[in-house]
Design a protein around this ligand. Sequence first.
Ligand code: HH2
Length: 251
Amino acid sequence: MGVVNVTPDSFSDGGVNLEPRAAVASARRLRAEGAALVDVGGESTRPGSAGVDADEELRRVVPVLEALSGEVPLSIDTSKAPVARAALDLGAELVNDVTALRGDPELAGVVAESGAYLCLMHMQAEPSYDDVVSEVAAFLEERLAFAVGAGIREELVCLDPGIGFGKTVDHNFELLRRLDELTALGRPVVIGFSRKSSLGKLLGDPQATTGSVAASVGAAVAACERGATILRVHDVQEHVEALAAARAALA
Ligand code: HH2
């Protein structure tokens, strides 16, 4: 899954794709580099980022989705029902909701009605856990049951531990080390470690706000080996090449 943030303030590519023409070109490039899906988002989830209302989010993403519709397989990174509805009408196949259906009470119905895929992600405000992996697993299991209760078919749902969302460096890597406890939930697992600050912190910069492409690729290859199904990444070509080599070596 390639990432295109149509935002001025996303943590690693803020501003780069704010112009629709740039965002469309980025999405086409990521697709050509081997992304199965391109995740388009109009609101940054970066801590401290000012949220945007649905009108502004629609203004950012709709021109991009219109231009790509029917050409590039699309995912919409949103927590808002009107944005998801517009994206699904333009052919998006997956709704990527970082609030796991806790943000907009209308979103579950929109997804259920459309028959689209759904990604449920874990996030919490404070990095305080007794056992991060079992708490994230219990949360995702509960959110999966909620989605199914709202009429979304279980086989359309994937689960994401939310790397970097209310987690320390140790929490993020523990989630990868024990990924089998998340794959045991029986749904495909999504991992988004790409360029995240934990990678920069791991490499010795406590103030890091991003991580390098090389460190992102290392984490992604490990995640894949531990059973992740979807990798959400900004640098598709580097990940595709690394995974091809890793796969050949491990097959
Ligand atoms: N991470 C970000 C945004 N959306 N969705 C899923 N499912 N998993 C993730 O790990 C995830 C996500 C944050 O990264 P990015 O999109 O690069 O930045 P921003 O939220 O600032 O736009």
